[in-house]
Structures are given as structure tokens and as C-alpha cells.
Design a protein around this ligand. Structure first.
Ligand code: PLP
Length: 386
């Protein structure tokens, strides 16, 4: 089927909620993708920080192949070993409490919101401007962006958005606050690292008023910033984190992971999901987590991240570079969307524009020195033609 035929099917049959780029991918391996015409691309976006271990990693493929042929689904009415092992591993590698599985990032945040509301019934959830927590109603209500929220009012009540400043945040938290929810590094907003002072102010305010501090690590977690979790580099330990995107090694899964204080808030009947933590996805996630929670891999993220950031700073039209590890964005003095398009169509490098002058790079955590240099060369060409 040609691309034109796919586009015809799309316009006839697919709800137009995405503005797709006209490329059809048919195969992926490591940091590379191939389109239907056989062209090879270097993927520095990873399906928005999902294929962090590279496309079709052999260990993930093997885990899925092995499990899918034996048992696909039984529901959460019964036990399967992969789910229990994954919960144990996730908890042990982070906050030491308990895990609720779901199927996406938005659902992980829904679980977090339900949990903190149940812990303090009257409570508001305080979020910060620029945040992105997902598209379902609770997660959307926690996402203070006019364009995303306005068409879908009325939203879920009880969310308060404040400026990402320590004073504003502290002032918004009182004994009625259920939780403060933030991304330590705001991804969709264009890779904005929240300041240490802000995170510390959030921690202090939550401690003072008995509120929960929830970090959305859906994009910045799973090794993306050079430690397994972004909070490890902040000196602040949250009461719960939400995880998704890269957790399944390319397949859909989300998880809410608590510390000990919140581990037993949800009880039988409080929340659920038919598919969540099924044996196939749990096997995939166990493989992805084992690959990622590895000092050699994380050191690679830090080293390649430094090299990529330094290289980006030297490119034409790059005004500044921000981010941590391999979660980077550069601010340009020219419009970013045409640069991303040229990088894709002329240089076969996949990056994306998160704003009018912002380019975001989320390469696989497995990339080597040669691929960083290759990507910088391609981006240089895309920028030079400007
Ligand atoms: C992608 C993302 C979400 C939503 O995840 P979905 O799987 O698309 O529902 C939530 N929070 C952050 C920080 C994200 O990057």
C-alpha cells in the first residue's frame, strides 16, 4: 500500500486527532528505522522516549516471544509471575513501597490522583504551569494548558495551577492540599528542568502540611537523564512516582510506584484495569528495566549526553541547550518546525519541535559516540540550509 493510499484510509476512517508526518515506517533496529522505500533513518526521538533501549531490542523481543506463546492474559483476578516480579523490581529500584499497574502514562497519573485524593479527601492537587500529565480527564485537569483544556470543560475540580516558583508553590500548599504533582523535567513543554529550589520547596511544603509529593517520571524516568529516575539527581525524594513510556521497551504499560507512606492507601475495589500488568507486557518491562537499571547503560547516557549537548551548542542557529543526560532541547534563532522537517526528509534524522523555536532530542540510551557525531552532522546540515 502506498503512502497516498494510507493517507486516503486515514482521512476516510481515522479520527483526525493527530497531525501525522507523511512517512511510513516498516522496520526498526537499535537507533535506526526504515521507511517503506528502504530509506534508513537515525531515530533521535524514540517514539517520544519510549524505545529507550533501541528498536526491537533482542532481549525484549525474546521475552515477549517466549511469554506470548505461553500465556497472554488472565486478568488481575489471578496471579502471574511476571507481574509480581516486575512490581518487586520497580519498587526495589525506586521508592520501596508498592506498585499499581496500568496501560499508559495518563492512567498512571489517574491512579496517582485517585490515591492522593483518597488519602486526603478534601484535597486539592497543586500543579505547575507548563506541566503535561496526559489527556484523560483527571490527567488533563492536571495539565494547565488552555489549548488542551478549553474545548473539554468542565474539567475535574480540585486542581490548582501555580507558577513554577518556590514562593508561589509554597503559598499554594496548606492542610487541605492532597498533593503536589510535578515533572522534575517538563518534557512536552520543551525540556525545562525544574529548579532544585522549587523541588525542595515542594518537599518542604508537603512535609509541613501532610500532603503527598508526586513526581511524574513518565518521560524523564527510565534512565533518560543518566540515573534510573530523574529524582535521584535532585536531592528530593517524592512520595510516589508515575512511570510509563519506556517502561515496556516499546510496548504499552504504565505504573504508579509509591513510597512506604502511601503503599496501603488503595484497597480492594478502589481501582483497577482489565489488561494492566498482563504477563506479556510485564515480561517485556522486566527485560527493559533490567537493561536500563544498569550502571554501564546509565554512564553511557551521561557521557553521550554531555557530548551531544556540547556538540549542539556549536551548531549554527543554536542559541542555548538545556536538559539532562539524553533528554535535551535546543533553542534556535530560527523557526524549529521547518528544521525538524528538513532533518527528517533531507537528512533522515528524527527529532521534534516542541515549540516555535525549540527542538527536542530524545535518542536511545544505547547510542554510541559515532551515532552522536552522525546526528550532529545531519542536524548541522539541516540548520545550515536555513
Ligand atoms: C507522555 C506523558 C504523559 C502521558 O502518557 P500517555 O502514555 O500518552 O498517556 C504524562 N506525563 C508525561 C510527563 C509525559 O511525557
Amino acid at each position: 500500500m502506498s503512502l497516498a493510499e494510507l493517507q486516503e484510509l486515514e482521512s476516510a476512517s481515522v479520527i483526525a486527532s493527530y497531525a501525522r508526518t507523511p512517512v511510513e515506517f516498516v522496520r526498526g533496529e537499535g537507533p535506526r528505522l526504515w521507511d517503506a522505500e528502504g530509506n534508513e533513518y537515525l531515530d533521535f526521538l524514540c517514539g517520544i522516549s519510549v524505545t529507550n533501549v533501541g528498536h526491537c531490542h533482542p532481549r525484549v523481543v525474546e521475552a515477549v516471544r517466549d511469554q506470548v506463546a505461553r500465556l497472554m492474559h488472565v486478568s488481575n483476578l489471578f496471579y502471574t509471575e511476571p507481574a509480581m516480579r516486575l512490581a518487586e523490581r520497580l519498587s526495589a529500584s525506586s521508592l520501596g513501597g508498592k506498585v499499581f499497574f496500568c496501560n499508559s502514562g495518563a492512567e498512571a497519573n489517574e491512579a496517582a490522583i485517585k490515591l492522593v485524593r483518597k488519602a486526603r479527601r478534601t484535597g486539592d492537587v497543586v500543579v505547575v504551569h507548563g506541566a503535561f500529565h496526559g489527556r484523560t480527564y483527571g490527567a488533563l485537569s492536571a495539565t494547565p494548558q488552555e489549548a488542551k483544556q478549553a474545548p473539554f470543560a468542565p474539567l475535574v475540580p480540585g486542581f490548582r495551577a501555580v507558577a513554577p516558583e518556590p514562593g508561589a508553590l509554597s503559598a499554594a500548599v496548606d492542610e487541605r492540599t492532597a498533593a503536589v504533582m510535578l515533572e522534575p523535567i517538563q518534557g512536552e513543554a520543551g525540556v525545562h528542568v525544574l529548579s532544585e529550589e522549587l523541588l525542595q520547596a515542594a518537599r518542604a511544603a508537603c512535609d509541613e502540611h501532610g500532603a503527598a509529593l508526586v513526581f511524574d517520571e513518565i518521560q524523564c524516568g527510565m534512565g533518560r537523564t543518566g540515573t534510573l529516575w530523574a529524582y535521584e539527581q535532585t536531592g528530593v525524594i517524592p512520595d510516589a512516582i508515575t512511570v510509563a513510556k519506556a517502561l515496556g521497551g516499546g510496548l504499552p504499560i504504565g505504573a504508579l510506584v509509591t513510597g512506604e507512606r502511601l503503599a496501603d492507601v488503595l484497597e480492594p475495589g478502589d481501582h483497577g484495569s482489565t489488561f494492566a500488568g498482563g504477563p506479556v507486557i510485564a515480561a517485556a518491562a522486566l527485560a527493559a528495566l533490567a537493561l536500563t537499571d544498569d550502571e554501564t547503560m546509565l554512564e553511557n547516557v551521561r557521557e553521550r549526553g554531555h557530548a551531544l549537548a556540547a556538540g549542539l551548542e556549536r551548531l549554527p542557529h543554536v542559541v542555548s541547550v538545556r536538559g539532562r543526560g539524553l533528554m535535551l532541547a535546543c533553542e534556535l534563532d530560527v523557526p524549529a518546525p521547518p528544521v525538524a522537517r528538513r532533518a527528517l526528509f533531507e537528512q533522515r534524522l528524527i527529532v521534534n519541535a516542541t515549540g516555535p523555536t525549540t527542538l527536542r532530542l530524545l535518542p536511545p540510551l544505547t547510542i554510541g559516540e559515532a551515532e552522536v557525531d552522525d546526528a550532529l552532522g545531519r542536524l548541522d546540515s539541516a540548520l545550515e540550509d536555513q
